[in-house]
Design a protein around this ligand. Structure first.
Ligand SMILES: [Zn+2]
Length: 275
């Protein structure tokens, strides 16, 4: 029963974080502060009262319209809140199912929830604005490095200093790989396939979850991006030169790592192990 109780708590906490991610994903690409002014209707600028700003419930209760100008409220807020809540609950259930030592569980839960939040926010900004803001990726990189110092056992390091070294090396290595991929990608395809935002996002994954997670994110993200891109081309009936943002595909790859990454990695390694 405890597990269920905490899963519901994680869901509710995720709804609130999702509400904050909506604010971040709307304001950061527009260069606005995320704390001031308080939320308002994007059309009539009527301030949104606290009871109109309760995740999910307000959207359903208000008839999906602004109470000032009757402008329909985009379902994006509702969907992002719901997705964040469900992912938070799923991450909690996944990690609690692993029966890890308490300290490791806490570390992995914190890292996974931050990566989920980052991934949702950059997916939205990249999809809408073709941008992955530094204001999202830089704090995530710093968070990842700080977690290595706080939980060196996650890096199998004998000291905090060594763990920080491993995390910095992981970040620099995957940042470098992504820069090389961007360079050769541009040579091969004569257009920018990878932006600096994608590079920093993968660096943040490498800082927070390690080099294997970054490898998996890039590999799975490329597969998802290619399949998704081809799917979109068919649906929209446009040619291959239509720019498709890579961020959401990478984000999907990082989420896959959280849920099935270790199992997929072990299965892959087992292929090369002689019985
Ligand atoms: Zn309004």
């Amino acid at each position: 029963m405890d597990v269920l109780f905490y899963a519901v708590f994680a869901f509710l906490f995720g709804l609130c974080v999702g509400s904050f991610l909506n604010v971040c994903a709307w304001r950061i690409p527009r260069g606005e502060s995320i704390v001031f002014p308080p939320s308002q209707c994007p059309k009539c600028h009527r301030p949104i009262k606290w009871y109109e700003n309760i995740p999910i419930l307000s959207y359903l209760a208000l008839g999906r319209r602004c109470r000032g100008c009757r402008e329909p409220i985009s379902p994006r807020y509702f969907l992002i809140e719901l997705a964040t809540g469900l992912l938070f609950a799923a991450v909690y259930l996944k990690i609690s199912s692993l029966n890890l030592p308490f300290r490791i569980s806490v570390a992995r839960l914190a890292v996974s929830l931050v990566v989920v939040s980052l991934s949702i926010a950059i997916s939205v900004t990249d999809w809408e604005h073709r941008r992955i803001p530094n204001k999202l990726t830089y704090p995530a990189i710093i968070f990842g490095l700080a977690m290595a110092v706080a939980f060196p056992e996650e890096w199998r390091a004998p000291s905090r200093f060594m763990a920080l070294g491993f995390a910095c090396a992981s970040t620099a290595f995957w940042g470098g790989i992504m820069i090389a991929m961007a360079y050769f990608g541009k040579l091969a395809f004569k257009q920018d396939a990878l932006g600096w935002g994608d590079i920093k996002y993968v660096a943040a994954i490498a800082a927070a979850m390690g080099p294997r997670a970054a490898f998996f994110t890039v590999f799975a993200g490329s597969v998802i991006g290619t399949v998704g891109g081809l799917g979109l081309m068919v649906v929209r009936g446009k040619g291959p030169r239509m720019a498709i943002p890579f961020g959401p595909a990478l984000a999907a790859g990082a989420l896959l790592w959280i849920f099935i990454g270790h199992e997929a990695w072990n299965a892959y390694i087992a292929l090369f192990r002689t019985p």
